[in-house]
Design a protein around this ligand. Structure first.
Ligand code: C2E
Ligand code: MG
Ligand code: MG
Length: 285
C-alpha cells in the first residue's frame, strides 16, 4: 500500500495507483544494488579509466578520469548504472573521495614520466560531494598525500551546483584556485544554468554536452546551440571543449566554429592507465 501511495504522490498526487508486484521488485533490486555498492566502497572495488582530451591540432592536452565499478561477478559496471543511486543515497561522497585520491595518485605517477608529465587530469565531482564542508580540505589532502601538482588538476562540476548556495560555491572554488586547481563546467546546456551566476563562477572551461555534438551535422538547432556555447565561452574568457566527438566531420565543424578542445571516441575511448601510456605514445608519432 505504501509503495502504491508513493507512486501516486510521484505522479503528482490526487490520483490513484494500484500495487503492482513490479513495484516491489524495483524496490528490492534497488536495495540489493545499494548493499552491493556499500560493500564495493569498503573493498574499494573501483577503477579509473582515462579518456584523452586534445587541442585543435589533435595533440593530447590531458585526460578525464572516468570511474568504473569492478564487480567480481559482473565485471566492469559503467558509472551510469550506479552513480545515480550513489547520488540518491549519499554514497557518492565516499566514491568521489576515492576517485579523487586515485586520480591524484595517478597524476603523481604521470608527473615522474616525461611522456605524461604535461597532462592535465580532469576529475568529475558531484554536487553533493562539492557541498561537503570539508571539500576543499579533501582535495588539498589528496594532492598532498600523493605529491600531485595542483596546477595539473581540473575539476569537472555540473550545473546543478548553480542551484543552491552560490556564494559558498564561489568561495570554495576560489580557495581551490589559489592552489592552482582549474574548473570545467560539464554537460553544459543540459541543466539549469543561470547566466547571472555563470559569469560570477571562477571557471576555466565550458564543456559542450555530448547530446549537442551527436547530431550537430544534421540538426540545425544542435549546431546553433554548440555555436552559441562557443561564443559564450569566448566572451567570458573561457576555453570550450566538446565531448562525445566521434567523427572527423563533427570535429571539423566544431573547430570551424572556434572550439578549442575535444574529447571523444574519434581520438580515444576511455582506457586503463597502462593502455593510455601506449596510446599516447602512438598519438605522438
Ligand atoms: P561525463 O563526465 O559527461 O563523461 C563523458 C561520458 O561520455 C563518459 O561516459 C565517456 O565514456 C562518454 N564518451 C566519451 N566520448 C564519447 C563518444 O565519442 N561517444 C559516446 N557515445 N560516448 C562518449 P562514462 O564513462 O560512462 O561516464 C558517464 C558519467 O558518469 C560521466 O559523464 C560522469 O557524469 C559520471 N562519472 C564518471 N566518473 C565519475 C566520478 O568519478 N565521479 C562522479 N561524480 N561522476 C562520474
Ligand atoms: Mg565529465
Ligand atoms: Mg559530460
Amino acid at each position: 500500500a505504501d509503495l502504491a501511495m508513493y507512486q501516486a504522490k510521484e505522479a503528482g498526487r490526487n490520483t490513484v495507483r494500484f500495487f503492482d508486484p513490479a513495484m516491489q521488485a524495483a524496490v528490492d533490486s534497488r536495495s540489493a544494488l545499494e548493499d552491493r555498492l556499500r560493500r564495493a566502497i569498503k573493498r574499494e572495488s573501483f577503477v579509473l579509466h582515462y579518456q584523452v582530451q586534445v587541442d585543435r591540432e589533435a595533440r593530447p592536452t590531458g585526460v578525464e578520469a572516468l570511474i568504473r565499478w569492478h564487480d567480481p561477478d559482473q565485471g566492469l559496471i559503467p558509472p551510469n548504472d550506479f552513480i545515480p543511486l550513489a547520488e540518491e543515497t549519499g554514497l557518492i561522497v565516499e566514491i568521489g573521495r576515492w576517485a579523487l585520491a586515485a586520480a591524484c595518485a595517478q597524476l603523481a605517477r604521470w608527473q615522474r614520466d616525461p611522456g605524461t608529465a604535461g597532462l592535465i587530469l580532469a576529475v568529475n565531482v558531484s554536487a553533493k560531494q562539492f557541498r561537503q564542508e570539508d571539500f576543499v580540505a579533501t582535495v588539498r589532502g589528496a594532492l598532498e598525500d600523493w605529491g600531485a601538482d595542483p596546477t595539473r588538476l581540473k575539476l569537472e562540476l555540473t550545473e546543478s551546483l548553480l542551484l543552491h548556495e552560490v556564494e559558498a560555491t564561489i568561495a570554495k572554488m576560489d580557495a581551490l584556485r589559489q592552489l592552482g586547481v582549474r574548473f570545467s563546467l560539464d554537460d553544459f546546456g543540459t541543466g539549469y544554468s543561470s547566466l547571472t551566476y555563470l559569469k560570477r563562477l571562477p571557471l576555466d572551461q565550458l564543456k559542450i554536452d555530448r547530446s549537442f555534438v551527436l547530431d550537430i551535422l544534421t540538426d540545425a538547432n544542435d549546431a546553433a546551440i554548440a555555436r552559441a556555447v562557443i561564443a559564450l565561452g569566448r566572451s567570458l574568457g573561457l576555453t570550450v571543449i566538446a565531448e562525445g566527438v566521434e567523427t572527423v566531420a563533427q570535429w571539423d565543424l566544431l573547430r570551424r566554429e572556434g572550439c578549442d578542445q575535444a574529447q571523444g571516441f574519434l581520438f580515444s575511448r576511455p582506457l586503463p592507465a597502462d593502455e593510455l601510456g601506449t596510446h599516447l605514445a602512438q598519438l605522438d608519432q
